[in-house]
Design a protein around this ligand. Structure first.
Ligand SMILES: Nc1ncnc2c1ncn2[C@@H]1O[C@H](COP(=O)(O)OP(=O)(O)O)[C@@H](O)[C@H]1O
Ligand SMILES: [Mg+2]
Length: 318
């Protein structure tokens, strides 16, 4: 549904625009029809820039893309007809009601008046907006407003929907509702591309994920496959202050250990295949070295571990 090759974008930067920021440095994507595709990365990774390029809002400096069969550079107008785009923060106006926004948006796509009203009626029902459809948007909760934003993005029945950080700032319940709406769109056959810096969102919502950092894709695949690549589990050991060095020395050569990292003075992060089976052994070795563990935590790999393995940083520290 979406295929990009080497998409690039730089911005002038510095006080007089004398330097450049390479916001997107050659991105190849392959998004399949009917999937929810996640674009996961820390702030500044280039997610919005990529999405805005794909949505024809800014022109790439280089590279190419085919979106729903239309060529991004040669035929942006056709791309625009086939996609919907919801900006970070959305596009609703305080004083306007959801019903008015929806009719207006449908009319903007050239829909006749009666048809626009019908589509609005359908959208209000589908997105469960009827109850407050005739109140100004300023009176909506964050979650209600986000649902209006998404309804606006699909009023012209696009094949692909781009959502930029659709759940930022929402409470967990509202976030769950937005996820449910996105999944419903998938059951209707729509392809959805979502950017996010929330690991749980990429994990729980997306069929496949591209992890981006500094304008490049550092990993791509299903959440499960990406985590499997990290191979195995992580055991977090909490020990007394100053003991992480001795503990690391004791454990370093254990055959079942793939890798080990110090976590400050009082902790170790151990990468191994089967954490549950290794824990008793680990404890014996530490005991032999006179190190008493205070806490032992077994973690299945997370997408943050994938990010860490590829970039050396945690996504939340970026
Ligand atoms: N209009 C702009 N002018 C200059 N730099 C920009 C502009 N938009 C984004 N950037 C820079 O490009 C990089 C990527 O930004 P962005 O695409 O917004 O990332 P994300 O959405 O992942 O947070 C950042 O370093 C950001 O500061
Ligand atoms: Mg952004």
């Amino acid at each position: 549904m979406i295929e990009t090759k080497g998409l690039r974008k730089s911005y002038p930067s510095g006080r007089r625009g004398q330097t450049v920021v390479d916001a997107v440095r050659g991105i190849d994507l392959d998004v399949r029809a009917g999937e929810i595709f996640g674009f996961l990365g820390p702030n500044g990774a280039g997610k919005t820039t990529t999405l805005r390029m794909l949505a024809t809002l800014i022109r790439p400096d280089g590279g190419e893309a085919l979106i729903a069969g239309a060529d991004l550079l040669a035929d942006p107008a056709e791309v625009r007809r086939r996609i919907g785009y919801v900006a970070q923060g959305g596009g609703t106006t305080d004083v306007v009601t959801a019903r008015e926004e929806l009719v207006l948006q449908a009319r903007m796509y050239g829909t006749g008046k009666a048809e626009a009203q019908q589509r609005t009626e359908d959208a209000l029902k589908a997105f469960d907006l009827t109850e407050f459809a005739d109140r100004p948007c300023s009176t909506y909760s964050g979650g209600q407003r986000r649902r209006v934003d998404i309804a606006l993005g699909v009023i012209h029945a696009p094949q692909v929907l781009f959502l930029d950080e659709p759940t930022v700032g929402l409470d967990p319940a509202s976030r769950g509702q937005v996820w449910a709406e996105i999944k419903r769109l998938r059951t209707e056959g729509m392809t959805v591309v979502v950017t996010t810096h929330y690991l749980e969102e990429a994990d729980a919502l997306c069929d496949r994920v591209a992890i981006v950092d500094h304008g490049q894709v550092v990993a791509e695949g299903t959440s499960e496959a990406l985590k499997r690549e990290i191979s195995g589990d992580v055991v977090l050991l909490g020990i007394a202050a100053g003991e992480s060095g001795p503990a690391a020395d004791a454990l370093r050569d254990q055959p079942y250990l793939d890798r080990l990292e110090l976590q400050g003075e009082d902790g170790l992060r151990l990468y191994l295949q089967d954490g549950a089976a290794a824990i008793p052994q680990l404890l014996r070795v530490l005991d032999g070295a006179g190190v008493v563990p205070r806490t032992v935590q077994l973690q299945r790999p997370s997408l943050d571990d994938v990010f860490l393995a590829r970039t050396g940083r945690s996504i939340d520290q970026s």
